[in-house]
Design a binder for this molecule. Structure first.
Ligand SMILES: [Mg+2]
Length: 377
């Protein structure tokens, strides 16, 4: 059976703990040892499967336990025994069933789109309006507390053709940030550098420190202060001559409207894990563009399955013009979960054209890294 009237009868979840190669520091916290993601598998009565991933970070969007519970307890009843064609209605029910839990809703929508794409033999980008590009420039973040390790990574990135890097700042003092910016300018002048504080600056220090960083002429400076401090973001934006981007201050369309009105930023990080799905991410980007703001495709600590969903969304969203950050599957995880490597070579992400998300997870790996599993049908 290949029609969209097929009934969804299978709903499996894996709670994964994926080992990582190093610690990563950010203004709001550290990730080390492993990152935790949830994988959802939907299956139709005809045996066709769709996969989605929730990739929360407890200090940023929410906890993996909350994502798992949202999908397992609150969202599951609105998916089982529904038709593949009911994606929009299922998402509306999921949004009513549980507040927040945006990563769980992103996983659900990705799985529904993957399923619909596989049933109708179309890639997910086609279901989102069609792609405007075949490749997306890749930015890799430098966040290792050991700068010598990041310098080794920089050599590897250069060999791999990566030309965009983002320096994570605000976690070990202003002097450490300036030293790294100086070395990047001196030893890696071929790289375009972005700077991201992840809310790391104290309000009283923020403007002076950000102003000094502007002398290095980064492409942009992101989220120097805490997410709710819209007035201070607006003040910093007005005072500097480098674009200021919002990340933690803007989750979805509602925040984007307010951020535009209050002129807190020149651009925004669009993430399906923040917006609660691919369509709401597109909506957020459209509002940014309508207000003259730029955008890039960001991510959380994700595996390749979430990267794929993000890449299809970015490729179908012309308003996102500053590339993407889908680097963790290749440069951060010890072992990704996809059946074949996430497609990023030569400094770009390459969109798969196969139906659905284009690449499936390796179920053996899901079982191997699983801490918990539930299954229906
Ligand atoms: Mg950020």
């Amino acid at each position: 059976m290949s029609d969209l009237n097929q009934i969804i009868v299978g709903y499996d979840l894996w709670y994964l703990k994926l080992p990582v190669v190093s610690a990563r520091d950010h203004g709001i916290g550290r990730v080390s040892g492993s990152c935790e993601v949830i994988v959802l598998r939907l299956r139709t009565e005809g045996g066709i499967e769709g996969f989605g991933e929730a990739s929360p970070w407890s200090v940023f969007t929410g906890s993996p336990e909350a994502s798992f519970a949202a999908l397992d307890r609150y969202i599951r009843p609105f998916v089982i025994n529904r038709k593949v064609s009911e994606r929009t209605a299922i998402m509306a029910d999921a949004n009513r069933a549980v507040a927040h839990c945006t990563e769980a809703k992103a996983a659900l929508e990705a799985a529904l789109l993957d399923l619909e794409g596989r049933v109708s033999c179309q890639p997910v980008y086609a279901l989102l309006g069609g792609k405007h590009c075949d490749t997306i420039p890749l930015s890799v973040s430098l966040a290792d507390p050991d700068w010598s390790s990041d310098r080794a990574l920089l050599m590897r990135l250069r060999e791999d053709g990566v030309r965009l890097v983002k320096l994570k700042t605000g976690f070990a003092g202003h002097g450490f940030d300036l030293m790294r910016l100086e070395e990047l300018a001196r030893d890696f002048p071929d790289l375009a550098v972005r700077v991201d504080y992840n809310q790391g600056l104290a309000p009283e220090d923020a403007l002076a420190q950000v102003r000094e960083v502007t002398t290095f002429r980064p492409d942009f400076i992101e989220q120097p202060v805490a997410a709710p401090l819209y007035d201070l973001m607006a003040e910093i934006r007005a005072a500097i001559d480098v674009p200021l981007l919002a990340d933690e201050s803007v989750f979805g369309p509602e925040d984007m409207i307010r951020a535009s009105r209050e002129e807190i930023c020149d651009g925004v990080s669009i993430k399906i894990m923040k917006s609660g799905g691919l369509l709401r991410a597109q909506e957020t980007a459209a509002i940014a563009a309508a207000n003259g703001l730029t955008a890039y495709g960001g991510d959380m600590f994700e595996a390749g399955l979430a990267h794929l969903a993000g890449a299809h969304m970015v490729a179908a969203t012309p308003a996102i013009s500053l590339g993407c950050e889908f680097y963790q599957a290749r440069y951060f995880l010890r072992d990704d979960i996809l059946e074949e490597p996430f497609p990023c070579t030569g400094g770009v992400v390459r969109l798969p054209d196969a139906p659905g998300l284009g690449i499936r997870p390796d179920v053996g790996k899901l079982d191997h890294y699983s801490q918990e599993r539930t299954k229906v049908a």
